[in-house]
Design a protein around this ligand. Sequence first.
Ligand SMILES: [Zn+2]
Length: 423
Amino acid sequence: MKTLIKNGLAYIEGAIVKMDILIEDTRIALIDNDITADADEVIDAAGMHVFPGFVDIHAHLRDPGQTYKEDIISGTRAAAKGGFTSVCAMPNTEPVVDNIATVDYIQRRARELGFARVFVIGAITKQSAGEEISEMATMKSGGVVAVSDDGKCVQNAKLMLNCMRYAVNYDLPVIIHAEDYHLAGKGQIHSGKIATQIGLSGIPALAEETIIARDIMLAESAKARLHIAHITTAKSLELVRRAKEQGLPVTCEVTPHHLLLNEEACLSFDTNTKMKPPLRSEKDRLACVEALKSGLIDCIATDHAPHADFEKVREFDHAPFGIIGFETAFPVLYQSLVLPGIIPLERLIEAMSTAPSKLLRLPESGIRKGNPADLTIVDLNQSSVFAAENILSKSKNTPWLDQTIKSKIIYTLLDGTFTFRAE
Ligand SMILES: [Zn+2]
């Protein structure tokens, strides 16, 4: 099986260049100026961009246990529609991924039925309850790529230190959802002027920052690789900057929503602006954008968090935190950060593909001869509409619902096979 992609603008080794790409079976066989080959399918990508398939290291596929929100099939189909070829599944499913059987289940389902590579992140503690260390050794032998109690946060520093020591033994990075429960309390949105104005209880920036400071110190002591999920505040970024300057293996990610929205979005009382960590101040948002640009923030992750309508369409106080992200991530970031010239296209692509795969030591991504043909082909001049009927996720909880956004994913290929074709 041969597929030839002609005349596309390809992201290769950090630059965007006009190149033809020949795929043979599952791999990239040739990259050259002008390829003529007998191919089974020729894609004329003139005027389009060819990127490495996007890699999302933070997603919730809700399978097993909450498949009314999403499952491995719907989740990976949605991922493919968003240009993603690899996703990492967070362990807060039912049951929690704290054992080898659940790791095996997810990997088997994904291999048999998935539209993307699925890498499993195991829990740090049993049931992510923050009380006992999970079965890291067997989970590692079963293929988990990291450990995290995402959605929750290990509150006990002594236990967290032990967990980090374990993780070092099994060469697993530790991904943290930084949230001090006492400081966060029953907060609904960022503790700031909007919370005061509309009378909702706040989640202070400090709830995130104190845990980041603590876990950097614990990781330094344990010699652990620490990755901070969905970072949101200027002070958090300052902590990461200092850790990096000391040469510690500390990395972080940011979500599209924290890059593009601030606390003022909550004035709408739209529960699709309710996330954890919450949308922060404009100053924090701008700090995140700047840190993405400079590389202080290593990569972008969606924190794709599907919730059903009956859960999200209710009073703000009672709605769950989180929004879906696979299908909107690239278009909204392209429209709001690249088009106005705030972030170069090349940096956005790196932060969505090669950087995250390197960070979690996933199989090498990037358009290079011999690599798996994991690609996404995007038309930056067309537009996409996030109407509920077009969304492939089972859940439709996105603040970008019904918006028309510049750029459109046209094809996604995984191992040389089309996992998505735009209509
Ligand atoms: Zn989280």
